[in-house]
Design a protein around this ligand. Sequence first.
Ligand code: PEP
Length: 246
Amino acid sequence: MARRPLVAGNWKMNGLRASIGELEKIIAGARKLGNVDVMVCPPATLIAGFAAASRGTSVTIGGQDCHALAAGAHTGDISAEMLHDAGATAVIVGHSERRRGHGETDAAVRAKALAARRAGLTAVICLGEQRAERDAGRTRQVVGAQLDGSLPDDAEHVVVAYEPVWAIGTGLTPTPADVATMHGFIRERMCSRFGAMGNAVRILYGGSVKPANAEDLLRVANVDGALVGGASLDAAEFLAIAAVYR
Ligand code: PEP
């Protein structure tokens, strides 16, 4: 089954209005890359501006989180409907920085993924084990439980991002063989739960993807693209990663 790759940049809490120059470079570079979807997930303050600037181009804009509800008394939160209204087409949910820093459970992540669907957004659902869990040989158990608990019952409009927590922002990465094992495990589990749809879902790898290691990590079986943090802040680096699919 041919799955079109996706390279998504998670800018986290970085970027000001002046950063639109970086987006413009990404848009220009992405024009030359016909075989890959390119997405930028800036902070919420930039979504409307970035969505306006990328309208009619091949680059799409995503949010980094959303509330499970559509509206209400939730100071500081943003709903999936608001992201959609601002021009986003997707939202990251369950990033490890949200799971750890904001105590998000699998059930909360699932509710956010359902909210994304309700609002017409693709949910990029993040999973990944911590170092201690890996060292204890519990990687499959942990990731399997996250997968079961965080995904909605319908996997349409879902992208899964496997992001070993110890690889995020550290410069450390699993070996391509380890990535193949985990992506194969996730694929099998999704196929047994969702049937043919499980085979259509894109599984991104995330965790210290850089131009220097992108070819090795992204050419692995069942890796359908990347979720890129640090390297996505620099258009040239981000495009060099996406260019693996040129
Ligand atoms: C991330 O935070 O999703 C991520 C993959 O970050 P980095 O590429 O910086 O490791």
